[in-house]
Design a protein. Structure first.
Length: 112
């Protein structure tokens, strides 16, 4: 399980990455994160984050009919969201590389 403080730092970019794959809705986003090892992300975390992303202009939303009940709010990335995702990916790779250089994290160093 990923500690909540670590998760906080990467959840926004991770949600943008999921939405960047295709138009999707909140529950589907949380399920996609869970399948990728993020654990159970509560509705109390996902929906406020989606609202902040929408208000910040990073995603847009529209309601579509659902076969399984009320309309669902589907999200897509805006151009600003695409830019934010690209910046997150760069920052994440830099952070991952820095952590990998620490003693005990570098695979080559572990075998020396």
């Amino acid at each position: 399980m990923i500690p909540s403080q670590m998760l906080k730092g990467i959840l926004q970019g991770s949600v943008l990455a999921i939405i960047g794959q295709r138009e999707t809705y909140g529950y589907e986003i949380s399920q996609a994160l869970a399948r990728r090892g993020f654990g159970a992300i509560s509705e109390g975390t996902i929906y406020p984050l989606l609202l902040r992303l929408e208000k910040g202009g990073l995603i847009s939303a529209r309601f579509l009919a659902s076969d399984q009940g009320p309309k669902r709010k589907y999200y897509t990335l805006t151009n600003q969201g695409l830019q934010e995702l690209a910046e997150f990916q760069i920052s994440y790779r830099e952070l991952r590389a820095a952590v990998d250089r620490l003693p005990g994290f570098d695979k080559e160093e572990d075998h020396e």
